[in-house]
Ligand binder design. Sequence first.
Ligand SMILES: Cc1cc2nc3c(=O)[nH]c(=O)nc-3n(C[C@H](O)[C@H](O)[C@H](O)COP(=O)(O)OP(=O)(O)OC[C@H]3O[C@@H](n4cnc5c(N)ncnc54)[C@H](O)[C@@H]3O)c2cc1C
Length: 460
Amino acid sequence: MTDLLSAPEAAEPLRGLLSGRLFFPGDEGYDEARSPWNLAAVLEPAAVAVPETVAEVQQVVRAAAAAGLRVAPISTGHAAVPLSAFDLSRTVIIRMSSLTGVTVDPMLRTARVVGGTVWKDVIAAAAQHGLTGLHGSAGDVAVAGFALNGGISFYGRRHGITANAVRAIELVTADGELHRVDSDHDADLFWALRGGGGNFGVVTAIELDLLPYADLVAGMMLWDRSRAAEVLPAWRDLTEDAPESVTMSFRVMTFPPLPDMPPFLSGRDVVVIDGAILESDERASELLAPLRALGPEVDTFSRIPASGLPLMHMDPPQPTPAVSDSCVLGNLTDGAIDAFLGYLGDGTRSGLMFGELRQLGGAFARHPDDGGAVSGVDGAYALYALAIAPTPDAASRGLAASAALIEVMRPWEQPNSCLLTFAEGTTHGEDAYGTACARLLSIADRVDPEGMFVAGHSIR
Ligand SMILES: Cc1cc2nc3c(=O)[nH]c(=O)nc-3n(C[C@H](O)[C@H](O)[C@H](O)COP(=O)(O)OP(=O)(O)OC[C@H]3O[C@@H](n4cnc5c(N)ncnc54)[C@H](O)[C@@H]3O)c2cc1C
């Protein structure tokens, strides 16, 4: 019967919930609440709820179910592009950015991370105990969307994908009930959530293992773009032979001329290597020697507090409009290097802000028996192409440029490997989850029989 109602009529029973933190199109506050971190994505939901308590999450889920509406949980909207591909006119977005908090148990070396908490808050709390977490390159990404979709960290070649560090998950399912799942309590749903993420409910807390690092060797090196053909083969050789204590990235980057940018970046086409090395200073210097021999213009590799690691990759500190494409490479032959650098040209003509190679292998490629639906990433390097997209035209051009780089690199693609956290297209079903898809669908039939939840990477 609710299908016969227009979307605004169907959503009307939710009006008044959450004391003014549930917004409808036309309400003051709706645009701010639906605006994601990635400003290139336009989300047009029937309503946006910003709960501050688990009880409020339950209230909204129950009301949406009764109204025949779907629910899309998000935390920051870093991965809003795939979600924006769905028709959300009959969907309530539950934005978890006001339901946050971290508790660290230094004895067990775990953290309990509430709802939409971002990594930098977890890193700061863990650092007080000489610990850190398996976070990614940016501190303002939420733990939920990162860990539930796999998550690759600069600690990852030694410690694996972040989903494997998750010990327990609390979530509100389609019936409005709150559950706590782990390997002893609904192990099937616990398996499904670690990779299947937002397809099964609104996650209100995650318990995960922390890492015993108060400091580490990390940093970046930079050369002019004209040195790329020397630097990339040296980086490939280093990363092919490197121990699992090393996780690095290589990028060809183009920076616009901006007055508030440091002069060594503003208006430049450059090559940047960054990463983390979990070794003594002496061993790290030995490993970095082949790169240092190429005389980088900037070299910040040194021992730093673990809490400084999220600043190293120079991710934008504020919401940014960007489009991207990605794939996983099985290897990086001389031919692959020529193709990569050939496409990126002198930087400016590619239409991309950067083309990135992120080192995989090591523990990333191991799939532990007790892992979830996504338990590792097969392949040697993640390839990621990104363009800044302040207008729809720029987004179209950027998507075409990103897709073209991925296409150029197809001959070296790792078959049947997908990195969900980097996948911005409408990656869903077997394309996203491979052979795990059938089991995910059968678990969803039990916990969400009506298919209420809309996730950026859908299992359907
Ligand atoms: C600048 C930048 C740097 C990045 N660096 C890395 C990196 O180093 N390594 C890496 O692996 N990835 C990286 N990413 C990708 C990032 O991990 C993904 O975009 C991730 O999904 C973002 O999670 P989020 O919760 O912040 O985003 P959101 O867009 O809010 O969420 C993404 C999806 O996760 C699910 N979800 C989020 N919160 C909840 C919840 N509370 N309950 C249920 N489901 C939820 C939903 O399905 C949602 O659609 C980066 C992205 C950006 C923009």
